[in-house]
Ligand binder design. Structure first.
Ligand code: ZN
Ligand code: ZN
Length: 87
């Protein structure tokens, strides 16, 4: 048997799960970002829950932030310089 020739039944592409809520995402509600899939409704800032879109989101450590909290998070998690500024 030549199994390569079988193409009469296309396997249904599995629907992806939302990176935030874990539920199935239907294509019309899908946002593909940061190598993950999100519901449009789940595509919001980690901190303030502001709804984001592909134009204004900021990805940081695989999480979503609005512009303000992206910078806030970067500052918060930035390594503090040690032994600096003695004048
Ligand atoms: Zn979701
Ligand atoms: Zn925010």
């Amino acid at each position: 048997l030549n199994r390569k020739g079988i193409h009469c039944t296309l396997p249904q592409a599995p629907l992806p799960n939302c990176a935030r809520c874990g539920k199935i995402i239907y294509p019309t509600k899908k946002v593909n970002c940061l190598d993950k899939f999100w519901h449009k409704a789940c595509f919001h800032c980690e901190t303030c829950k502001m709804t984001l879109n592909m134009k204004n989101y900021k990805g940081y450590k695989k999480k979503l932030y609005c512009n303000a909290h992206y910078f806030g998070e970067k500052l918060r998690t930035k390594k503090k310089p040690t032994g600096a500024a003695t004048a």
